[in-house]
Design a protein. Structure first.
Length: 120
């Protein structure tokens, strides 16, 4: 399990075409990708299971805990992106609720676009 950042601090200012915004790059794939949004209510759980393909979970609102195969719980919050490899067991839980975008694809390499969380 790796945890990356996609918050404003991880982004870069874009000025092309007279633009003025910050873009946090996340992913680019040449193979098909499944993208969904998960809404976990208070005390919500995405139960422990093996990732069928590489999976990236982007926390867009709220906070909770994630674990990989070592089952060590790690706190995550808005702006964190959790990456699990194919076959890696994992779970996500929350007490207060969280919303996350999930990207699943045979071809995911978040290190090409995002810094690891602990590098800030």
């Amino acid at each position: 399990m790796e945890i990356y950042r996609f918050d404003k601090k991880a982004g870069k200012k874009i000025t092309h075409f007279e633009s003025d915004f910050i873009m946090s790059r996340i992913m680019m794939t040449s193979k098909p990708a499944h993208i969904g949004c998960m809404h976990l209510e208070e005390n919500g759980v995405i139960g422990y299971h093996d990732a069928v393909v590489p999976q990236l979970l982007l926390i867009v609102e709220g906070e909770g805990w994630v674990c990989g195969e070592d089952e060590e719980r790690v706190h995550v919050q808005t702006g964190d992106a959790v990456f699990w490899t194919k076959g890696e067991g994992h779970e996500t839980t929350t007490k207060k609720g969280l919303t996350a975008i999930v990207i699943e694809s045979e071809e995911l390499n978040p290190s090409n676009f995002m810094p690891l969380r602990d590098t800030f």
